[in-house]
Design a protein around this ligand. Structure first.
Ligand SMILES: N[C@@H](CCC(=O)N[C@@H](CS)C(=O)NCC(=O)O)C(=O)O
Length: 197
């Protein structure tokens, strides 16, 4: 039995590494890139040449949120237990990727002046401001519940928090979304959420 996770810890692979730590999995960690781009090993697993990707005993899978859904279900931990919860997990994961991820990542890169972006705190705040409607939706969904599916932390929370957490790193305090802010604190306080090495 062997699992290899491809992708630097500073990339979207961080959310898969978080999941692997939650599940207590043994795994190999391969950065997946050589000086001239995606390594042959990464390309063999994900022809898109993007990370994260995994090779789980010969089963190759790309897309961070699909990987986390697969690992949670395979290992029977942090997984949705009903069809409705499974659908909600997919809903929230797609929502995070389509409604939030792009501007939130751009806000982080601008706030910190990363990956060729000029440091620009105002531009970062403007981007986060453009997300208020989406953030209010998440805040509303957390009314009366600690986590997205109810009382327990699941893959739905991990996937969404891995995107919303970029906002914190970009300087957002989520003052207008107190339930979201408290939920994010709960998610990020988990031992497995802390990057290693
Ligand atoms: N939707 C994909 C996005 C993957 C992605 O864009 N990964 C970036 C790193 S965070 C990457 O591999 N970039 C290199 C490239 O696109 O060639 C996922 O969530 O896994």
């Amino acid at each position: 039995m062997s699992l290899t996770i491809y992708g630097p810890a500073q990339s979207r692979a961080s959310r898969v590494l978080w999941m692997a730590r939650e599940l207590g999995l043994d795994f190999e960690h391969d950065i997946g890139f050589a000086e001239d781009g995606a390594s042959p090993a990464l390309l063999a697993v994900n022809p898109m040449g993007q990370v994260p990707a995994i090779d789980d005993d010969g089963f190759a899978l790309a897309e961070s949120m699909a990987i986390n859904f697969y690992l949670a279900k395979k290992h029977g931990k942090l997984a949705p237990k009903t069809l409705a919860d499974e659908a909600q997990t997919l809903r929230w994961s797609f929502w995070a990727m389509t409604a939030v991820e792009k501007p939130m990542l751009e806000a982080l890169l601008k706030a910190r002046g990363l990956m060729g972006h000029a440091q620009d705190a105002d531009a970062a705040q403007t981007l986060i401001g453009s997300l208020q409607k989406a953030l209010n939706v998440l805040d509303g969904a957390l009314d009366g519940r600690d986590y997205l599916l109810g009382d327990d932390f699941t893959v739905a929370d991990l996937n969404v928090a891995s995107v919303i957490g970029w906002g914190r790193m970009a300087g957002a305090d989520f003052a207008d979304q107190p339930r979201l802010a408290a939920w994010l604190d709960r998610c990020m306080a988990r031992e497995a959420a802390r990057p290693r090495g």
